[in-house]
Design a binder for this molecule. Structure first.
Ligand SMILES: [Fe+2]
Ligand SMILES: [Fe+2]
Length: 130
């Protein structure tokens, strides 16, 4: 397991908490496939994760937009940073099929970003959006 449920801060918006909870299962499944070097499963779950993350980010951005949240651009910039990294590592995966590299990214970068993003940006945004 890469991230435990209690590592992710609950924020003041039920929709956001639901998005995080659903995504957590996929993140941990993906991490399991990466650790067991199951190439086919990584192929499949990498795409599932990318789609899930995109829908998570877009839902939050749409809620911020509709509520006219003042710091939306800063929050979105932090999403964009992770969008770019995921895209980069997915492209490298498609060519190299190297589970070690993906494992390193998940353990050293993604986990810290994810829990930190929720504690900072999502927690700060939650009370301001519908
Ligand atoms: Fe979020
Ligand atoms: Fe966010």
């Amino acid at each position: 397991m890469l991230i435990q449920a209690q590592d992710i801060q609950q924020v003041g918006n039920a929709m956001m908490n639901m998005l995080h909870e659903d995504e957590l299962a996929i993140i941990n499944d993906f991490y399991g496939a990466v650790k067991s070097k199951d190439i086919e499963k990584i192929d499949e779950l990498f795409k599932t994760l990318l789609a899930e993350v995109e829908s998570h980010f877009q839902t939050e951005e749409e809620m911020m937009k509709q509520s006219g949240y003042a710091d939306m651009q800063m929050h979105k910039s932090d999403h964009d940073l992770m969008r770019k990294k995921l895209e980069k590592f997915h492209k490298r995966w498609e060519v190299l099929k190297g589970p070690k590299e993906v494992q390193g990214f998940l353990e050293k970068d993604f986990k810290k970003w994810y829990t930190g993003h929720v504690s900072k940006w999502d927690a700060q945004t939650a009370p301001h959006i519908a």
